[in-house]
Design a protein around this ligand. Structure first.
Ligand code: HEC
Length: 100
């Protein structure tokens, strides 16, 4: 019985570890995507100075993705997928400290 319990605890800890590094990976990917794609037309410091919530970031990132589509010289940016947008929003929401 004891062995099973220890095994169970180890399993739960391992699961929690994985969940955390997944979140860290998402954050790192979002940061990279933000720094490479959102720096093309303006500074990345400008969005970093905004105090938006998740809903507002979703709107802004969608608006920016639309702008990218109309810029043919940035064809690569057509590749900003829904997943990519989600990663950027996730990064922004977590990276920017809320200002009061
Ligand atoms: C194709 C060029 C282009 C790219 C790429 C781009 N932006 Fe913009 N962005 C603009 C322009 C032009 C404006 C100013 C006009 C406006 O606000 O619509 C702007 C304005 C903004 C603003 C201020 C206006 C607002 O609604 O708050 C934010 C924040 C912003 N961009 C964030 C981003 C983020 C985040 C990304 C990456 C997902 C990004 N931008 C990528 C062109 C771009």
């Amino acid at each position: 019985m004891r062995k099973i319990l220890i095994g169970l605890i180890a399993f739960v800890i391992a699961q929690t570890d994985t969940a955390q590094s997944d979140e860290q990976q998402r954050f790192a990917k979002g940061k990279e995507l933000f720094e490479t794609t959102c720096s093309i037309c303006h500074s990345i410091q400008m969005p970093l100075n905004k105090n938006y919530d998740q809903q507002k970031w979703n709107k802004v990132v969608n608006k920016m993705a639309e702008k990218m589509k109309h810029k043919h010289k940035h064809k690569r940016l057509d590749e900003l997928t829904d997943e990519g947008k989600g990663l950027i929003v996730n990064y922004l929401v977590n990276a920017i400290p809320p200002k009061k």
